[in-house]
Design a protein around this ligand. Structure first.
Ligand SMILES: Nc1ncnc2c1ncn2[C@@H]1O[C@H](COP(=O)(O)OP(=O)(O)OP(=O)(O)O)[C@@H](O)[C@H]1O
Length: 298
């Protein structure tokens, strides 16, 4: 399954224990069907990439998963490792992040640019702190559970600052960071909420090759920790092909391919979609691919 697994390891299919099951999801905006009858699984612990040409419906899928949109039809089932299940299409967005533990980042960076890096990571843990306070000012002032939660929040923030290589900048305003570091901080902020599923919308957009490589290392690190599954939208194929276990391809709101990176890379439908050729030409692309493959055979 995985491009990052060695050939001796037996890959576990993403259908074996999915963290997210998307079933027959449709999202309509008036007369426009942005996503149509979409079904796929996100394997637990995997990095799953959702790719496709501009306007294919990728962000709409993310918005349905995170509760920003309610799908017109279909089911989005999230299952925690501990067994709790959540029907995301029935939940308001704040419960999807707080209870179902789905975190996301956006195409455009949304940090608190005037706050320090540490403050950004502490604000992300506000829910945990408020719960520990019993939602009262007295709790904030005196309850031992609040003090404990506050200490844990700082430890978590320090852990993610370290993982993202940002410890030295902890007290600087987030807006002063270079672009690639801001992207990593956004991921650190999402990770501070302890997500079961992390949805990343074009995390490599605007990154230079070095920053892109740092991002790959960070995402593989998160994968290695084994607690958070990642679903990412990405146009940068070097990121997608290098780190994904599983790739789902959309075109005009419809799934056209679903498989390992190498399966998807060689799928004529995907090539056609990216090259912008018509459906009739898919066969031609397929033939050309066959010829190429035969030519390459020793
Ligand atoms: N709120 C909305 N109202 C009306 N149409 C919308 C809305 N959101 C998205 N769409 C339309 O749905 C289609 C899919 O858009 P979406 O942003 O999901 O695509 P995408 O694959 O994420 O594209 P990109 O790679 O350019 O970000 C587009 O035709 C878009 O114009």
């Amino acid at each position: 399954m995985s491009s990052v697994l060695s050939s001796e390891q037996t890959p576990r299919p993403w259908t074996a224990d999915p963290v997210l099951t998307v079933e027959h999801v449709q999202m309509r905006f008036g007369g426009l069907v942005a996503v149509n009858d979409l079904s796929f699984e996100v394997g637990r612990g995997d990095i799953t990439a959702l790719i496709g040409p501009n306007g294919a419906g990728k962000t709409t899928v993310f918005n349905c998963i995170t509760g920003f949109y309610k799908p017109t039809q279909g089911m989005l089932l999230l299952k925690h490792a501990a067994g709790d299940t959540f029907l995301l299409e029935r939940m308001p967005d704040f419960r999807i992040s707080a209870k179902a533990k789905v975190a996301r980042t956006f195409q455009n960076i949304r940090l608190f640019s005037g706050m320090t890096l540490l403050e950004n990571l502490l604000v992300a843990q506000h829910n945990r702190l408020m719960l520990a306070s019993g939602m009262t000012i007295l709790g904030v002032l005196g309850m031992p559970s609040y003090k404990r939660a506050e200490k844990e929040s700082i430890e978590t923030a320090k852990f993610w600052l370290d993982k993202t290589g940002l410890t030295a900048r902890a007290d600087d305003p987030a807006g002063d960071l270079p672009y690639g570091a801001q992207r990593r901080l956004e991921i650190a902020r999402a990770m501070c909420t302890g997500p079961e599923l992390l949805c990343l919308d074009e995390p490599a957009a605007g990154l230079n090759p070095r920053e892109s490589a740092e991002l790959n290392t960070l995402l593989l690190d998160i994968r290695q920790m084994g607690k958070t599954s990642i679903l990412l939208i990405e146009h940068d194929m070097s990121v997608v092909m290098e780190i994904s276990d599983h790739v789902v391809v959309l075109e005009y709101g419809v799934k056209i391919s679903d498989g390992t990176p190498s399966e998807v890379r060689n799928d004529p439908r995907v090539i056609a979609a990216y090259l912008g050729v018509d459906d009739e030409e898919v066969e031609k692309v397929e033939e050309q691919l066959d010829e190429l493959t035969e030519g390459a055979t020793p």
